[in-house]
Design a binder for this molecule. Structure first.
Ligand code: FES
Length: 106
């Protein structure tokens, strides 16, 4: 397991999701009521950037074709819709906070 520092938690206010690029990895990191969650930042369908998606509660909607993923588990909950093909589950990562900084475990 590797622990990667992904920066200050203040960059991701509650109710938002952001793309974090670090060590050649792309994460989408969400803040749901002060709890942080990280999943792969690139959609499993056609590479939409989930850090640019809309977050509602624990669900992020891909900005490209609207697939929805649970930020706690990476599970593909919906879509995309025919004829766009299929999205698969994404990897979810444990996030911890130390002082003001966030860390992702990969
Ligand atoms: S790229 Fe995400 S739903 Fe198509």
């Amino acid at each position: 397991m590797t622990r990667i520092k992904i920066g200050p938690s203040s960059k991701i206010p509650p109710g938002t999701i952001a793309e974090i690029n670090v060590q050649s990895k792309i994460f989408a990191v969400a803040n749901v009521s002060g709890e942080f969650y990280a999943i792969d930042g690139v959609c499993s369908h056609q590479n939409g950037r989930l850090g640019d998606g809309k977050l509602k509660d624990y669900v992020v909607k891909c900005p490209r074709h609207g697939s929805e993923f649970d930020v706690r588990t990476g599970k593909n909950l919906k879509g995309p819709w025919i004829p766009f093909g299929k999205a698969t589950d994404l990897k979810a990562y444990k996030v911890s906070k130390e002082g003001e900084d966030l860390y992702v475990e990969t």
